[in-house]
Design a binder for this molecule. Structure first.
Ligand code: ATR
Length: 328
């Protein structure tokens, strides 16, 4: 099986449906066993899902190690993306570090954990507002010169920041949350990216599971942060209101003979030619289901029906409890 490819920026071609590996290690419940995670990742590669996404902060560190183990002997099959910049303090709280010295150290550490010689796409995970973006990207550009990184990306940055970064070194991709439920980047970020020839890697394209119609209220129990104040859409009245919207999308999906997850992914892919999705899952059966979205072409009528059922901004609850570190 193969998945169609799309061009991000700078000629980087990736499977239009990738795999977000975060949830295998943290945030959405208990971490998976290494053997299960490795089987899911390697099974994904067999299906043509060859665009893998991780970050040093997932775990922290364990997700990169897991991806590294899964890639033994198969490194050349994948476009491998990881990220730096979110740093855990000893008490578990988070800070953002975009200083050039940190960029250099973080990259060396990620290469070691992943067990690879080069990272295909290296993202600055969040903007450090105490460091000029030009300095952060300048340090990232040196990694390209050193052959440690092939392409540069940014995550959750404003149009203005993307433009300033791109002037220092061409940016290949911006990774931001984008789905039927999260459309904030449409006003400013996506037009800037289109102008500069930068591709989109949409994370949480399934609304962190909500858009699949299978996510229980408050998440899946122990270790699932979707029940916490960190993510306000998944508990209490917000969840109930959002389930009504999911019900409408499920009806549209059923009429098309596809699953709600496939509808959600096909919607993102229909919105832009250089848009890609990296749905996260721990299960190979769902990788396969999600890969099936590549065969779905939504018509203009389908898109209109979806956007009438769930207009931009209709979702209840912010995407993060603390929105201060996104859109930086
Ligand atoms: P993120 O990018 O943050 O990982 P996402 O891709 O929008 O978020 O959604 C991920 C969630 O959707 C996970 O909780 C995943 O759960 P499993 O690991 O149990 O699969 C869930 N998910 C992914 N694909 C799914 C599918 N096809 N059907 C139902 N749930 C799915």
């Amino acid at each position: 099986m193969s998945i169609p490819t799309r061009q991000l920026g700078q000629g980087l071609e990736v499977a239009e449906i990738g795999l977000g590996c975060m949830g295998m290690s943290q945030f959405y419940g208990q971490p998976v066993d290494d053997a299960d995670g490795i089987a899911t990742i390697r099974g994904a590669l067999d299906l043509g899902v060859t665009f893998l996404d991780t970050a040093d902060m997932y775990g922290p560190f364990t997700n990169e190690r897991l991806v590294g183990k899964a890639l033994v002997g198969r490194r050349e099959e994948v476009v491998l993306a990881t990220k730096f910049g979110n740093v855990r303090n000893d008490d578990g709280s988070r800070r953002i570090d975009g200083s050039p010295a940190y960029v250099r150290k973080a990259c060396d550490d990620s290469l070691q954990r992943l067990g690879v010689e080069v990272i295909d796409l290296y993202y600055c995970h969040r903007r450090d507002r105490t460091v000029p973006i030009e300095d952060t990207v300048g340090a990232m550009a040196e990694l390209v010169e050193a052959g440690k990184v092939r392409h540069l990306g940014l995550s959750e940055m404003s149009g203005e920041t993307i433009r300033a970064a791109h002037a220092v070194h061409p940016i290949t991709a911006v990774q931001s949350e984008y789905s039927i439920f999260t459309r904030d980047i449409e006003d400013e970020v996506l037009p800037t990216m289109a102008e500069l020839g930068i591709g989109l890697v949409a994370y949480s394209p399934l609304g962190r599971g909500l858009l699949t119609g299978t996510l229980p209220k408050g998440g899946k129990g122990e270790g699932d942060t979707r029940g916490s104040a960190y993510f306000p859409r998944f508990a209490g009245e917000a969840y109930d209101a959002n389930q009504v919207l999911v019900g409408k999308l499920t009806e549209i999906a059923s009429a098309r003979g596809i699953t709600p997850a496939q509808l959600a992914l096909a919607w993102v892919l229909a919105k832009g030619r250089s848009y890609t999705v990296i749905p996260g899952t721990t299960k190979l059966s769902r990788v396969e289901e999600n890969a099936g979205a590549a065969d779905v072409t939504l018509t203009a009528d389908d898109l209109a029906a979806i956007e009438v059922a769930v207009p931009a901004g209709a979702v209840a609850g912010d995407r993060y409890g603390d929105m201060s570190s996104v859109n930086g």
